[in-house]
Design a protein around this ligand. Structure first.
Ligand code: SF4
Ligand code: SF4
Length: 367
């Protein structure tokens, strides 16, 4: 008989338990979680096998594992687990450990995922933005009616943020390439569909959040995610429109311009969706699972970004004295979301999309 040697990674077990708030040893491998999961494929289904690997500390099996990204954290498995283990939270913790594993440079992932490093995480954009404004020669509170470009000239803002976005995009591609090659090595399935065809199918899935609609335990989760998702896309479109308005000399925009109205609708969508999420996590923990530091960091940053964006608008029309201070805070929040994206929970959107494309192209998702 062949002998299989297992090398449990004790640190990995400890970290998974801590991040998920679940006791892995309670799992008796009954398979109930797999039986109730509506997203699990017939062949090699999840999450029972992942629960076993997590309890055994098999880090390699759970790194570059596309299955943990097929899970949409509906909580059905946790609701049915007879041992109260919460597999949904375990898979969520594994996803977080995955994007930390692939993030480059690694020190940023460490800074962004430890509460004690939060002051440092805030200090980095604070200093860099301050230096850019100083280099632009506008580091003082301007006199007269509020016009944010007097404090941070558009040419400096757009070019510096564009450059930093390019650098972060390069780091993200670096991490994603490693993730893709690990999935190919750990899940060597034969390709059944082209990458572009799979990408198109994944995008059509994401657009309607089809997989969220299969949840039975957390029915409202799809609604809150859709509100935040479309609110955010609209805000990105409005930002792009504002840059065009600057370039074509049509800035600042009047209050009732279509772009402003769209921006305000988007902010309202974001605010509503985030409020639902925060309420559910605060007051319905049993149903919505464990909320760890990375969950709260993303929710709080998104909420502050939404609120500060609206306050900024009022501050400009009302010529508030503190308008430029609020603007500075808003820029730090933008930094947090865009430039720290691969290192905070926001990055799971990128990794999930890539994993779904891989799974589709390998016939692991067929619906
Ligand atoms: S996590 Fe719960 S439902 Fe799943 S196999 Fe373990 S004990 Fe059973
Ligand atoms: S949380 Fe939902 S999608 Fe994820 S494994 Fe459990 S039942 Fe399946």
């Amino acid at each position: 008989m062949d002998t299989i040697t297992l090398n449990p990674d004790i640190d990995f077990i400890k970290h998974t338990k801590l991040a998920s708030g679940s006791s892995l040893k309670q799992c008796v491998q009954c398979g109930e979680c797999t039986a109730v999961c509506s997203l699990s494929p017939v062949h090699k289904p999840f999450p029972r096998k992942e629960m076993m690997w997590a309890a055994w500390g098999l880090r390699d099996k759970l790194t570059g594992n596309p299955d943990i990204w097929l899970c949409h954290q509906c909580g059905d498995c946790s609701a049915h687990c007879p041992r109260g283990v919460n597999p949904a939270d375990v898979l969520s913790a594994l996803r977080q450990m995955n994007y930390m594993h692939y993030a480059r440079p690694k020190f940023l992932a460490r800074i962004l995922n430890k509460p004690s490093y939060l002051p440092l995480a805030v200090a980095i954009p604070f200093i860099i933005i301050l230096l850019i404004i100083y280099s632009a020669g506008t580091l003082s509170i301007p006199e007269g009616p509020v016009l944010y470009s007097k404090f941070f000239p558009h040419a400096w803002l757009n070019s510096s943020f564009f450059l930093i976005t390019l650098i972060i995009a390069g780091f993200t591609v670096w991490g994603i390439r490693k993730f893709w090659s690990d999935m190919k090595r750990n899940y060597p399935l034969r390709r059944k569909a082209g990458i572009l065809t799979s990408l198109k199918e994944v995008i059509s899935e994401i657009i309607v959040h089809r997989n969220f609609n299969k949840c039975s335990t957390q029915k409202t989760r799809g609604v809150s995610h859709l509100l935040v998702f479309y609110g955010f896309i609209l805000l990105l479109a409005v930002t792009a429109g504002a840059i065009v308005a600057v370039i074509t000399g049509n800035y600042p925009l009047p209050f009732f311009s279509p772009l402003k109205i769209t921006g305000n609708i988007a902010a309202l969508m974001m605010f509503s969706g985030l409020s639902i999420m925060i309420y559910q996590r605060l007051f319905n923990k049993k149903k919505y699972g464990n909320t760890n530091y990375s969950d709260w960091l993303l929710l709080v940053v998104l909420m502050l970004l939404t609120i500060s964006g609206v306050v900024l608008e009022v501050a400009r029309y009302q010529n508030w004295h503190l308008a430029y201070h609020i603007y500075f805070l808003h820029l730090i929040l933008v930094w947090f979301l865009i430039f720290y994206a691969p290192y905070i929970k926001f990055g799971h959107f990128i990794y999930r999309t890539v994993a779904l494309v891989y799974a589709r192209s390998r016939g692991r998702i067929i619906s």
